[in-house]
Write a protein that binds this ligand. Structure first.
Ligand SMILES: *[C@@H]1O[C@H](CO)[C@@H](O)[C@H](O)[C@H]1NC(C)=O
Ligand SMILES: *[C@@H]1O[C@H](CO)[C@@H](O)[C@H](O)[C@H]1NC(C)=O
Ligand SMILES: *[C@@H]1O[C@H](CO)[C@@H](O)[C@H](O)[C@H]1NC(C)=O
Ligand SMILES: *[C@@H]1O[C@H](CO)[C@@H](O)[C@H](O)[C@H]1NC(C)=O
Length: 505
């Protein structure tokens, strides 16, 4: 019901070459990106477009933030205290409204034919282009005017598609806030209002790369308290600006540090028409319009008074907005309806139920038994980085055999099991790999996902089978989460997962 006829026809014609793992459009998460187009938003978009085969992208919308706003074109001055400027300004670090159309999607178009070889579900460049809109960009937090961007979000929130609409805020939440306010202005005085407000609150989920203006606190939280908002700002410790207070490039766990080094990024990410748009330290690039984007130039970045001391050439710089879409990626772990379950985006906990705000947990217990800060996002760096690099290769080759493609793993017998305390639960997984790579399977307890507070022995003698012993002291109703993880041995090894939750009888 949501397909246009041309889309159906296209899908039908290509069916014979669709690899088995393509995700149908109605199963995909429906999402809108709003972005202030700082250089790390562009870097995040470079990653994002490589995942558009598994997401239903409904909008890519320019918005303002406390760091970037366009001004009204009439030299009107604007000022808020405690910002990067200390006198009123007519615009601030604005990078324009053409980068997505003229630079990012042009690069996507150059590699699109190759991407299709690896998954026919990639949207056409024109399809993505048709989703690009200008939202509320004039000043920080501006939400007085309906814009093309806010109108698009409003119409998606009111349409008949029952899927959740994941609204990503990579800049301010103001364009999203404007859409909500416009709905309220139109319907608040009608008989259907309470019903409508409840259904919009159920449909929308805001995935926020922090709160980069005041519109969440000032408007969304008080007026839409039942609308779920997830704040991923602590995931910047994994994916945000790599400044590290003069300690140098220490990003990532010691054995996964490689993925943040210049050697790895230059060789595996900053390649080809799309990858060259990615940003790293001292890579010679600069975003027109943003006078504080000095990261590409050593002389400017090392000057006294800059907030982020330069690291080595091509070291990881920042891609702080992938934090908002990592929870939507199809790894087998993701359950976007339940932020209390972990995944590449991390695991969250409820901060307050009214307004409904979720935030990432601070620590999780690592394999060595220590509580480790940011482990909830750092634990996935290797898998997520290899996945990104493998997709970058897809864009460079028209031969399916020259790319690596993820294995599939599925627990046999479903995602839920009931067992008594003291009982041994037999588990088995079905594993396949589209490239016929050798796949290594491992099973482990995701301790914090379960409500049983202790460790559970998971033994796996044979590669695809395992058994988990429900401890004798487990109480009825407690849960134990077991993950199966499958990693292939292709170039850039790819990992997929499945989860079973054992509930104690
Ligand atoms: C104004 O801000 C700049 C940095 O943006 C800073 O260097 C300067 O000292 C500030 N001036 C005052 C008067 O605070
Ligand atoms: C870096 O910036 C300095 C100061 O503006 C400039 O003189 C130099 O040419 C720049 N270097 C590069 C490689 O762009
Ligand atoms: C909720 O979030 C606020 C703002 O980030 C924070 O100060 C507070 O500690 C959090 N509360 C809980 C219970 O996590
Ligand atoms: C435990 O493992 C984590 C993650 O690899 C590491 O950061 C931490 O230093 C380790 N702790 C100890 C005590 O070895």
């Amino acid at each position: 019901m949501f397909f246009s006829i041309p889309r159906l026809l296209t899908a039908g014609l290509l069916a014979s070459v669709i690899p088995a793992h393509t995700i149908s459009r109605t199963e995909r998460f429906r999402t809108v990106v709003t972005t202030d187009m700082e250089q790390d938003d562009l870097a995040s978009l470079v990653r994002y477009v490589l995942y558009t085969n598994e997401l239903d992208t409904e909008g890519i919308i320019y918005t303002s933030s406390k760091y970037h706003w366009a001004g009204d074109g009439k030299n009107t001055k604007f000022f808020l205290p405690n910002r990067e400027y200390n006198t009123s300004q007519t615009s601030w670090r604005w990078t324009g409204t053409r980068t997505i159309e003229d630079i990012l999607l042009k690069a996507y178009a150059e590699i699109y034919r190759n991407l299709l070889v690896h998954d026919s579900a990639y949207p056409t460049p024109n399809d993505l282009l048709s989703k690009v809109k200008i939202g509320n960009i004039v000043f920080e937090g501006e939400m007085d005017q309906d814009t093309d961007g806010s109108n698009l979000i409003k119409s998606l929130l009111l349409d008949n598609d029952q899927r959740t609409l994941y609204l990503q805020a990579w800049g301010g939440t103001n364009t999203i806030a404007r859409a909500l306010k416009s709905i309220s202005e139109q319907y608040a005085h009608t008989a259907q209002w309470l019903h409508l407000q409840a259904s919009v609150s159920r449909k929308a989920v805001i995935l926020a790369s922090g709160f980069q203006d005041e519109t969440y606190a000032a408007y969304i939280a008080p007026n839409w308290p039942a609308l779920r908002v997830e704040d991923f700002s602590t995931a910047y410790n994994t994916w945000g600006f790599n400044c590290n207070k003069g300690q140098g490039n220490v990003r990532g766990l010691p054995d996964q540090h490689e993925f943040f080094t210049g050697a790895w990024i230059k060789a595996n990410i900053q390649i080809g028409p799309l990858g060259r748009l990615y940003r790293s330290w001292l890579d010679g690039q600069h975003t027109p319009g943003d006078q504080l984007d000095v990261f590409g130039n050593y002389t400017l970045a090392a000057a006294p008074g800059t907030w982020c001391k330069p690291l080595g050439p091509y070291d990881f710089l920042s891609e702080g907005d992938n934090v908002a879409f990592n929870p939507l990626l199809t790894t087998g772990l993701q359950d976007a309806s339940n932020p209390a379950l972990g995944g590449w985006g991390g695991r969250s906990k409820l901060n307050s139920s009214t307004p409904e705000l979720w935030q990432l947990v601070v620590t999780e217990k690592a394999a060595n038994g220590s509580e480790v800060k940011d482990w909830t996002t750092n634990r996935w760096v290797e898998a997520a980085s290899n996945d990104f690099a493998a997709r970058m290769q897809w864009g460079l080759t028209s031969k399916y055999q020259q790319g690596n493609h993820a294995p599939q793993v599925k627990i046999v017998g479903g995602a839920k099991v009931r067992a008594k305390a003291g009982e041994t639960v037999k588990l088995a997984a079905r594993v396949s790999d589209p490239d016929r790579d050798a796949v290594t399977v491992s099973w482990w307890q995701y301790l914090e996902e379960g409500t049983y507070p202790g460790e559970v022995a998971v033994t796996s003698d044979k590669r695809r089978d395992a058994s988990a012993m429900v401890p004798a002291d487990a109480k009825s109703g407690q849960t134990i989460s077991i993950i199966v993880q499958a990693t292939d041995d292709g170039d850039f090894p790819l990992t997929r997962y499945d989860r079973v939750i054992i509930t104690v009888k």
